[in-house]
Design a protein. Structure first.
Lengths: 409, 409
């Protein structure tokens, strides 16, 4: 795992106090998949009646566990409950036929230990790419995992799934619907897209809401577009990214997409997404990039991601340089429509450029003052239409090079 | 301009001995646009009968001089000759209406000093973005420039157009056609796409071949796709990139696209393109990435550029790590078709992975030995079809962060 990394300066002050979600229990164990002296496998067991929805990496070289989850996710088996089994240390990606067999072995063992059918066992693996997953170390621990399930174990689960993360990530929401309370709690891991060979983004969210699987999937897919699909650390996409949302129904409160539940779920997703950026490798600045006035929302997101992924913009931010010229460059290269002479750019509240040139009232000192903060905002108005999008990223620093130019250990 | 940069370790041993091209003369001068104590303006004057073709940045926020060149390039005015006027230190990009007026003033002054019609004056500006170009410093020098033209001045021209370049760039070819010799000589500047606020790629190539403008344009456009459009330092695209090729016809040798001239021109273009990568900001490794077996050539280029632009691949190369997992990741995220279980990857001559997994005979030591070199090759076979592409890039190092996270000075 290489040297231990210092906790990100952008980390939250502490791990949040996550509520117990009725209908789900957790256990973790040290199976020695790759790491020593820490937990590296977590099991979440979901009661019968649980609906599970998900979203996955679009990579054409997806890992075996992702492909297995995608096959299972739309199945109707809520009556049987479900299990989520995650290991860190080895991603079981680019492992050929052996990788498929490893997934099957783990899912079979999980089914046997928990009584959940194999078709309802969802697995994820995160860690080094291209090495055979020593799945027997995991299957050997499944009885122990099944025997130590605990409704209060979610914070331990957040730790077991970490790889190069410098802090565990959790978020929660309570939503009141018709005078009753629905609870949502989620955990995530991720710090670079797949770096250094052992990162990826994994997200597990649990709620006691009662919701049809198709409604839950629609909510998850929609919220994913404006949360996890709007963050970028280094523009690289993991072969293993997985988001699973499980609704146990234990609260007895029926929800749809048209009540407060959607906002609560979105809030948990955006909170976790921001925490992943805040743990970005080498990050010292958290940056919100908003594009308005594009021809379409899709164009706005294209522009915003072009700015967020530009190495020149990201290094300027690291240098606390209000370098709006690089923002112009990134908008220009994005491929989406733009007109140089209609662009306006703000750093924080400072209007830097308008109508294609430096704003008459622009003060470099004001913009420089904003850039010295830890939480930055860059806003670009394209001046063509009503399309808008917001994305989040971090700066590109020597820390990123240090972490990623090291030899694998 | 900030501190002086050390010459790139990847630089050629010396500037090549460029041949005189009949029909073109050069002059340079120190106009003090931004830099002190060096030349920063160059004039190339082309005799009547010269055909001019070009290629330009696709940025939606193109600079005023680029837009002016694009308007003029397809005009038929070979009978009047042509002039190319380039300044470094200020890119006249994102400078609003004032930028357009600056281009006109420079073109008018060049026309007056040289006798070439304004419609045949092509200008480029490279340097800081978003500051008004002090064009009067340039126009004041035009009579002096016109009075010191020299057929042997091309190497001085290569120096005058430099910004953050650590070495001047030149390349030449001689082609024998029907027993007669055609000469080609070119110069270029560029080191990052627009960094640090003062880079961009400018290329000027001169030949004494006699060729119709439309034929020359077709050759230039085609060769551009496999040369300058196949290099990447940091994935960022300048608002000012300009390639101009001028054929004076002075050799009297008529050429078409179907003789040795096409190869000669391509050779000069690829040589200059490689030199730009070799001067990539912070570069310590020159990397050739070849993709074969894609469904189409276009898919192959998409995969190859995804690998070349991946920060994780580029930092691994900086760390001399034969990290094929990151290559898999970059192929997977590219958006072009791929099948994980058909991929083969080579580092140099070492077969690292095949059919979706580590090659049985793979020796990490052999791959690591290749990675220690200065000139690296990564080859990916997609296993789906016959599409192929080659692109060139450099590694991502602390040097890049140093150069680009500095304050503008």
């Amino acid at each position: 795992m290489g040297k231990a990394l210092a906790v990100s300066p952008l980390a939250p002050a502490s791990f949040p106090d996550l509520p117990v979600i009725d209908g789900v229990r957790f256990s973790t164990i040290a199976a020695g998949v790759r790491y020593q002296g820490r937990t590296d496998v977590m099991l979440a067991l979901l009661d019968p009646g649980t609906a599970v929805a998900g979203a996955f990496t679009r990579s054409a070289t997806r890992s075996a566990p992702v492909l297995d989850c995608q096959e299972k996710i739309s199945g109707d088996g809520a009556g049987s409950g479900a299990a989520i089994l995650v290991n860190s240390g080895n991603s079981n990606a680019f492992t050929g036929k052996g990788g498929v067999e490893a997934v099957r072995a783990i899912a079979d063992a999980t089914a046997q230990a928990t009584g959940v059918p194999q078709a309802r066992v969802f697995t994820s693996s995160t860690g080094v790419i291209g090495e055979p997953l020593p799945f027997d170390r995991i299957t050997a621990k499944l009885d122990a995992l099944a025997g130590t399930l605990d409704a209060g174990g979610i914070s331990e689960a957040a730790k077991a799934i970490m790889t190069t993360d410098t802090f565990p990530k959790g978020a929660a929401a309570e939503v009141s619907i018709d005078g009753k309370t629905v609870r949502i709690a989620g955990i995530a891991k991720g710090s670079g897209m797949i770096a250094p060979d052992m990162a990826t983004m994994l997200v597990y969210i649990f709620t006691d809401a009662k919701i049809a699987r198709s409604d839950l999937q629609a909510l998850v897919s929609a919220s994913n577009e404006t949360t996890f699909n709007c963050i970028t650390v280094d523009s690289d996409t993991s072969t293993s990214d997985t988001l699973l949302v499980a609704a146990t129904g234990a609260s007895g409160v029926e929800v749809t997409g048209h009540d407060g539940f959607a906002d609560g779920l979105h809030g948990v997703m955006i909170d976790l997404a921001h925490q992943v950026v805040r743990d970005g490798e080498g990050a010292t600045k958290f940056v919100e990039i908003t594009v308005t006035g594009a021809r379409t929302d899709r164009d706005a997101k294209t522009h915003a991601l072009s700015v967020a992924n530009s190495p020149l913009v990201k290094t300027a931010i690291a240098g606390e340089d209000a370098n709006w010229g690089r923002v112009v460059m990134a908008v220009g290269k994005s491929g989406a429509e733009a007109d140089r002479d209609l662009l306006s750019i703000r750093f924080g509240d400072v209007l830097v450029a308008e109508k294609g040139w430096v704003s008459p009232g622009y003060s470099e000192a004001d913009a420089a003052a904003h850039m010295k903060g830890q939480n930055l905002r860059i806003a670009v108005d394209i001046g063509l239409g009503c399309g808008a999008a917001t994305v989040w990223t971090c700066d590109l620093t020597h820390g990123y090079i240090d972490i990623n130019a090291d030899y694998r250990s």
